[in-house]
Ligand binder design. Structure first.
Ligand code: KG4
Ligand code: ZN
Length: 342
């Protein structure tokens, strides 16, 4: 129960990130630095993350990110007590780049190495930012993930349900692509939707008729494509207002489904706190709906600041500290696990 300062590394998707987090028992944890090097421009021409390009960029930059994080924190490796690294799930090439970098540092310094599940990093973030006590309900909604987790301990997660196909961020991004809006699609679709009529197009609310907390978003994408093509066939093009209405209808369907499933998850767990993470949690319409659902269930609503909701390494350093305090240590045989369920 001494003070711990951890270096965290994250490279499982399209952000190369490093951070230094310090925690003294009895005090709020402190983020001494958090460096995120995005790759958006590298993938922009391809309409999605290209694994080969991502892996190469991570391998080229992860050392730089680590150096920058240490420099910004004002510590060198002698001031670090452990190295935490995302060991999965994610794109294998990227995860490998991070794991190799962490092993290199651990081998050169003798520092303990702690492998972290990326999803655990997201799920434990509200403890870093808001000091939440266990248990709480976490809705993780991003470009790659969508699930409800009952977070019961640093290493204890109960999955209540999740998407059976696409993640909601992916659906936002595909919607933007279909409507010739810029990537990432979420903010662009939200901005268009603000001027649209959510009732003009009757988009489906997938899986609402089924019990439980599973979700589906791929049918919504198909419905949007059909609606767009019907307009193209009838009018030869789509107007500015058509586009706004399509975005508003799509966003309302996503928000309806997420709100209802969140209501169920809160009822199932009786959780007193609903926390959100992931890039889609930035959506103001969705946030307002989730806040109302939490209020209706008598639960507190917690949303960490956006830079800690999206992929970052502070959450990995923090999850590393939490695991380390439980006694977890990894050896040089720590494997990159592209599929690693919580
Ligand atoms: O968490 P994140 O940065 O990366 C991972 O996927 O792990 O999430 C990115 C996703 C993208 O799909 C992006 O379109 C979506 O979050 N997003 C949004 C908004 N801002 C970002 N979706 C809806 N509304 C937004 N305002
Ligand atoms: Zn993530």
């Amino acid at each position: 129960t001494r003070m711990l300062t951890f270096l965290g590394l994250e490279s499982s998707c399209d952000d190369t990130a490093a951070a230094v987090v310090r925690h003294a028992p009895g005090h709020a944890p402190e983020i001494l630095s958090s460096v995120v090097m995005g790759q958006e421009s590298l993938h922009a021409d391809f309409g999605g993350v290209v694994p080969e390009i991502a892996a190469r960029a991570h391998a080229e930059r992860i050392d730089l990110a680590a150096e920058a994080a240490l420099a910004q924190a004002g510590v060198d490796l002698t001031g670090i007590d452990g190295v935490a690294v995302t060991a999965g799930p994610g794109l294998i090439g990227g995860v490998l780049a991070g794991v190799m970098c962490a092993k290199g540092i651990a081998a050169a310094t003798g520092l303990p190495l702690v492998g972290v599940n990326h999803l655990a990093g997201h799920a434990l973030t509200p403890r870093l930012t808001d000091g939440l006590e266990f248990p709480y309900l976490m809705l993780l909604v991003s470009g790659g993930h969508c699930q409800f987790l009952s977070v019961e301990g640093p290493d204890s997660f109960r999955r209540l349900g999740g998407t059976i196909d696409d993640a909601p961020g992916e659906a936002f991004d595909k919607t933007a692509k279909l409507l010739a809006l810029p990537q990432p699609g979420g903010p662009a679709v939200e901005a268009e939707a603000a001027g649209g009529d959510p009732a003009r197009f009757a988009f489906p609310r997938p899986l609402l008729d089924r019990p439980g907390c599973d979700l589906s978003f791929s049918g919504l994408k198909t419905a949007l494509l059909r609606a767009r093509d019907a307009l193209l066939a009838a009018q030869g093009g789509i107007t500015v207002q058509d586009r706004r209405d399509l975005c508003a209808g799509f966003q309302a369907a996503v928000a309806d489904v997420l709100a209802e499933k969140t209501r169920r998850a809160l009822a199932l767990t009786g959780a007193g706190v609903l926390a959100v993470a992931g890039g889609v949690a930035a959506n103001r319409v969705l946030r307002a709906r989730l806040m109302a659902v939490a209020e209706g269930a008598g639960a507190r609503f917690v949303a960490p600041p956006l830079r800690l909701c999206t992929d970052n390494a502070a959450m990995i350093a923090w999850a590393g500290i939490e695991r380390f305090r439980l006694g977890h240590r990894d050896g040089m045989d720590l494997a990159a696990r592209p599929r690693w369920p919580l």
